[in-house]
Write a protein that binds this ligand. Structure first.
Ligand code: B12
Ligand code: SF4
Ligand code: SF4
Length: 407
């Protein structure tokens, strides 16, 4: 380290930002390692048990708050962000169609952990060519690292009320990654919070998981319920999940800053055909071998076949069938899967079957009522699934209006 002076460090920082951009990162910032201002919020969050079964978040809290304890000798953190919004996001049409599986846009392409880690490694190797006195550790969502807090300090954006990092020019559809380093590079300045009076994300959340500004109760979040949660999805959230079978984007979709979101240039993040805009029924019928083959290299593979089946069963239970034939197809697919060798999954399939039967009965009543209406008598044709779906329809309209480029 002694061989590198402050002029070299400024020049090196400029180089790092140029190298990072040519590797495909949209922005690179430098933060110091003092995260003490986040201690209270993190500890409160854990005390409230908002982490659910993600016990890895309870461990190594001190390391999370002190990067130097995680990697000794760390003086700075290079924080990077990388856009993931694929072309043809078709958010609105996918959410509106209850028979089409909705997969969070971050998961439609290759697993981001691998893509970003590889690029961070390359960036580190370039720095190493510049100075021998360099040590580093790359991280992407893989260790006790407070990524939002670091991105905020490194000037990549502010933490929005949905708790994600937002950038004024790029919205929030980007991943974060870090290089812990031992060089005292000049640090960047944080940007000012700019949510203002807006609370759109809090109101639109289908499961009311944003329990206060900046605080997400993971146990209620659809992303947790469909990805991290290994057990049953509590019944109280199943209807609100709708057709979201892997993650959820609603709080970002409604955020006004996402009209500035850029489509990713990284081809690895483009949507794979066998995932995007596929019917729930098609995905439900995948065998385990097909699941493993079709999700190769994708983050979705990590949840395993049983959780995949569980999630799609919930989606099928929420599907609003347009014809009797569609109802019959859903029923028969669910019935054929009733012997799935896992009790937890079986219970979700049974729930879905009960939902389909109930809608079927309600539809018969609705038809009778419609006939009565023609005769001049009163009618109530409101279906429970439709009422849950109304919020999604409202969201779809707001996407079509506010984000025409990404609708
Ligand atoms: C655990 C986790 C989850 C959990 C919990 C989410 C959460 N909000 O904590 C679940 C499974 C629900 C989840 C969901 C998602 N996640 Co996630 N997740 C993580 C992970 C691994 C840790 C986050 C964490 O430390 N949580 C603990 C809480 C306490 O920390 P925090 O939310 O950052 O809270 C800070 C601030 O909000 C603030 N704060 C908290 N309370 C208060 C109160 C007040 C008054 C104030 C002022 C501040 C404040 O201080 C806290 C500490 O710094 C990170 C990767 C990482 N290692 O950081 C990815 C990460 C946050 N996830 C990411 C993504 C993309 C998502 C999803 C969008 C995926 C999807 N489409 O389904 C959703 C979004 C849901 C949401 N609104 O948060 C990205 C976010 C990128 C970005 N632009 O911000 C990350 C950074 C992964 C990555 N490497 O790119 N995730
Ligand atoms: S990801 Fe969905 S469920 Fe989770 S906080 Fe955002 S809107 Fe709510
Ligand atoms: S929707 Fe509004 S409150 Fe929520 S993160 Fe975006 S700007 Fe902030």
């Amino acid at each position: 380290m002694s061989v590198i002076n402050s002029i070299d460090l400024s020049l090196l920082t400029e180089n790092i930002k140029t190298w990072g951009k040519s590797l495909g990162f949209q922005q690179i910032g430098i933060s110091d390692v003092d995260l003490s201002q986040h201690e209270k919020a993190l500890k409160n969050w854990l005390e409230n048990d908002y982490q659910g079964n993600m016990s890895f978040l309870e461990r190594n809290v001190e390391k999370r708050l002190s990067p130097n304890e995680l990697v000794s000798g760390t003086l700075r953190i290079i924080s990077v962000r990388m856009d993931y919004l694929p072309p043809d996001a078709s958010f609105a049409s996918n959410l509106k169609s209850s028979s089409t599986a909705y997969i969070s846009r971050y998961a439609l392409g290759r697993d981001y952990h691998k893509v970003i880690r590889k690029k961070l490694q390359k960036l580190a190797e370039q720095i190493q060519e510049y100075t021998q006195d360099f040590s580093f550790r790359p991280f992407v969502d893989s260790a006790p690292v407070l990524e939002h807090a670091i991105a905020e300090k490194a000037g990549l954006g502010w933490t929005g009320k949905h708790s994600l990092t937002i950038n004024k020019e790029a919205g929030s559809y980007f991943f974060l990654g870090e290089l812990f380093i031992n060089l005292p590079l000049p640090v960047d300045q944080p940007v000012e919070e700019d949510c203002g009076k807006c609370t759109a994300c809090i109101s639109i959340c289908p499961t009311q998981a944003i329990v206060a500004p900046y605080v997400v109760d993971a146990r209620k979040c659809i992303s947790y319920l469909t990805i991290e949660n290994d057990g049953e999805i509590p019944i109280v959230y199943r209807k609100a999940i709708g057709n979201r079978v892997y993650g959820c984007d609603d709080c970002q979709l409604v955020c006004p800053w996402n009209k500035y979101a850029k489509v990713t240039e990284e081809k690895d993040f483009f949507a794979r055909q066998h995932m995007h805009n596929r019917s729930l029924l098609d995905l439900f019928k995948w065998t385990e071998d097909e699941f493993l083959k079709n999700t190769e290299g994708s983050a979705i593979r990590r949840i395993g076949y049983r959780k995949w089946k569980r999630n799609i069963a919930v989606g099928l239970g929420n599907q609003i069938a347009k014809t009797q034939q569609e109802t019959e197809e859903i029923k028969s697919a669910l019935e054929n899967a009733l012997d799935f060798p896992d009790e937890m999954v079986q219970e979700h399939i049974q729930w879905a079957l009960a939902e389909v039967m109930q809608s079927d009965v309600q539809q018969v009543h609705a038809n009778i009522d419609q006939n009565k209406e023609k005769d001049g008598s009163e009618s109530d044709t409101s279906l429970s699934k439709n009422s849950v779906n109304r919020k999604t329809q409202r969201l779809a309209r707001s996407i079509e209006k506010g984000m025409p480029k990404h609708k």
